[in-house]
Design a protein around this ligand. Structure first.
Ligand SMILES: C[S@@+](CC[C@H](N)C(=O)[O-])C[C@H]1O[C@@H](n2cnc3c(N)ncnc32)[C@H](O)[C@@H]1O
Length: 260
């Protein structure tokens, strides 16, 4: 088990999670496929606010609706085995998958704590102009049992000393924070803002806690955990993303060394 900690692991998350000890994880923070890719509009030359293209990835495609529900139930069942009794789980969602994720968690008797609305002031305009501009995503936060960790007082600093509410503004990940490939475009299509993940981790865990992200992508959860002195385990099925996540971690470690 120790050999898994503070590392990224390549493979299917439901398989890799079987190596993790029962009830050993304090917090699961993850951003799974949303089942939002259906092909269609692509904007290869659009550089609005940075390199951007519509998410259209094989790993985000499921043939039938029931396949996505089965996939969601499968990884959440394995996550439940390894989450501690006082642990909580946070799952990033959009309108495409929030229903399925909440259903799978409720089927396992998890208690809904919050749906955090992430509002993006720099949301991309609607391409088709057939509906309102999507400018929000959601993080559903559920508890397995009691008492769960909620750093209530620490959160007040984000609302002028008052109780923090459940709508948070963060620009989508652009500029120098966005990892770019050799072609100058985003290296990972759905890199999440580091500040958003740091706030989630600060809210729902303690220093030294062990955090799992079974869909680590470009490594945002790993970096946020490390910067907040938490331990972490990252998993992704795509070897290229594991390389990107490891390179990102190394770059930050080297920057820290230079500052010392
Ligand atoms: C929405 S992205 C995560 C992005 C990440 N939060 C970030 O900031 O970069 C979802 C990730 O899940 C990975 N993935 C898809 N199916 C998987 C599976 N069965 N097991 C592990 N990883 C998987 C994809 O390769 C993709 O990188």
């Amino acid at each position: 088990m120790e050999e898994l900690i503070n590392k990224n692991h390549q493979g299917d998350c439901t398989e890799i999670m079987t190596k993790i000890k029962e009830k050993s994880i304090n917090l699961i923070l993850t951003d799974p496929p949303y089942n939002a890719s259906k092909g269609g509009v692509n904007l290869p030359d659009n550089k609005t606010g940075g390199a951007y293209y519509k998410v259209n990835e094989d790993w985000d495609k499921f043939d039938k609706y029931s396949d996505y529900m089965d996939f969601t139930r499968k990884w959440i069942k394995e996550a439940d085995r390894i989450l501690s009794d006082k642990g909580t789980i946070m799952v990033c969602c959009s309108l495409h998958n929030i229903g399925e994720v909440m259903m799978a968690l409720k089927e396992l008797n998890y208690k809904p704590l919050n749906i955090i609305t992430w509002r993006k002031p720099n949301a991309m305009p609607s391409i088709t102009k057939r509906m309102l501009t999507h400018s929000t995503e959601f993080i559903v936060w559920f508890a397995k049992g009691k008492p769960w960790t909620f750093n209530y007082d620490k959160m007040k600093k984000y609302n002028y000393g008052k109780q923090l509410r459940d709508v948070w503004d963060f620009p989508s990940c652009q500029g120098p924070e966005r990892v770019k490939g050799e072609n100058g475009r985003a290296a990972h299509p759905t890199q999440k803002p580091l500040k958003l993940f740091k706030r989630l981790i600060e809210m729902a865990s303690k220093e030294g806690d062990l955090i799992l992200d079974p869909f680590i992508g470009s490594g945002t959860t790993a970096i946020a955990s490390q910067e907040l002195s938490r331990k972490w385990i990252g998993i992704d099925s795509n070897p290229e993303y594991i390389t990107i996540a490891n390179e990102r971690l190394n770059k930050i470690k080297n920057q820290k060394k230079l500052k010392l």
